[in-house]
Ligand binder design. Structure first.
Ligand code: AMP
Length: 260
């Protein structure tokens, strides 16, 4: 699983004035977490850790974890916490997480959120814990987009299997139909990007992941960014939110702000 994670090294060339630390990029399926994480990786030089990508890597390589996850993913359900937490723990041991990292698609349940808080330093190991990130607390930024727009994004999403570039056949089509602009590779559609699986993933999101948003909101380590804007505007909103959250330290409960 580590070779996927190792793909995300990039030169820091961004304007962030604070050490990023652990950042959770949250939001329903299709809000653009993956796209935004890649923007931030390029800007800040910290890795993106996508549990969806790590699980797909395991599934496609037929690892024991991948075999357990395969059917669950195909149905739009969640892989059990203990499996995902162990996978994340393994990834966070790598030295590239020392200044921070972007968690994309994790935590997705309250159990995962509590495990992460503990693992990173709220637990018996004290600040810094075992989780990399330079001893800073987790901060969460949630990207919000309306249901119908999400459906269009999900069913139109295509990815280049060679370089990972993400397209949308309705909103951001490639120059040549179904081919990557950068390397000409035929684009692929994720097997769970169908309308039926999308609806199940949204139900899963509402019942299991929405409480995680409330968890970080209550801790005062949370901001929302409107995801129905241009990619660059969303990225600027996420960056500003991270700056505010990091420079204000841990805010009092319930004082989160909205970036619209
Ligand atoms: P994603 O690419 O983030 O949409 O994830 C694709 C699928 O992988 C999800 O629909 C889940 O089946 C599984 N998955 C990804 N992240 C997690 C997680 N944190 N917890 C449980 N299952 C996950």
């Amino acid at each position: 699983m580590t070779s996927v994670a190792a793909d995300v090294h990039a030169e820091a060339k961004g304007s962030l004035q604070v050490k990023p630390g652990p950042i959770l990029l949250m939001g329903a399926p299709g809000v653009g977490k993956g796209t935004q994480a890649k923007e931030l990786v390029a800007k800040w030089g910290i890795p993106q850790i996508s549990t969806g990508d790590l699980l797909r890597y395991n599934r496609d390589h037929g690892t024991p974890l991948g075999l357990k996850a395969k059917e669950i993913m195909a149905a739009g359900k969640l892989v059990p916490d203990e499996l995902v937490n162990a996978m994340v723990a393994e990834r966070l041991k790598q030295p590239d997480t020392a200044n921070g990292y972007i968690l994309d698609g994790f935590p997705r349940t309250l159990g995962q959120a509590k495990w992460l808080d503990e693992h990173i330093g709220a637990g018996p190991d004290g600040p810094g814990g075992k989780g990399g990130g330079g001893a800073l607390p987790v901060i969460a930024v949630s990207i919000t987009v309306g249901y119908n727009e999400l459906l269009r994004r999900i069913t139109g999403r295509r990815t280049c299997p060679a370089c990972g570039t993400i397209y949308n056949i309705y909103l951001q089509p490639p120059k040549v139909d179904e081919k990557c602009d950068l390397d000409g590779t035929p684009l692929v559609r994720r097997s769970d990007d169908t309308e039926e699986v999308f609806r199940e993933r949204m139900r899963t999101y509402e019942s299991q992941t929405a409480p995680v948003v409330e968890h970080y909101r209550a801790l005062g380590r949370f901001e929302e960014v409107d995801g129905a804007q241009a990619v660059s505007a969303v990225a600027a909103g996420v960056e500003a939110a991270v700056e505010r959250l990091r420079s204000s330290g841990t805010k009092a409960a319930g004082t989160e702000t909205k970036t619209k």
